[in-house]
Design a protein around this ligand. Structure first.
Ligand code: ZN
Length: 84
């Protein structure tokens, strides 16, 4: 069986929209159920979820300091592009 790390996700566009909604706390229950069931089986979406969550955490933690680490965000974003 092939390692599916690099397999593009058929639902990826939809997943990334849901990811935004979920991280913004705006997803409906049915959307959350779908999404979390999906990322358990879909490595690209799971990774994107973790990376995007990490970005949000970094941004949130740095609001107080009034300083966004642009380099770090850029670094994480480019990792998303590599893995997805
Ligand atoms: Zn997926």
């Amino acid at each position: 069986m092939e390692n599916n790390d690099k397999t593009p996700c058929n639902e990826h566009v939809k997943c990334m929209e849901l990811l935004e909604l979920i991280l913004d706390g705006e997803a409906k229950d049915g959307e959350k159920d779908y999404y979390f069931a999906h990322i358990e089986q879909c490595m690209p979406c799971y990774r994107a979820h973790n990376l995007e969550s990490a970005i949000r955490t970094v941004l949130r933690n740095n609001v107080d300091k009034k300083e966004v680490p642009a380099d770090l965000v850029h670094c994480i974003k480019s990792k998303i592009r590599e893995t997805v």
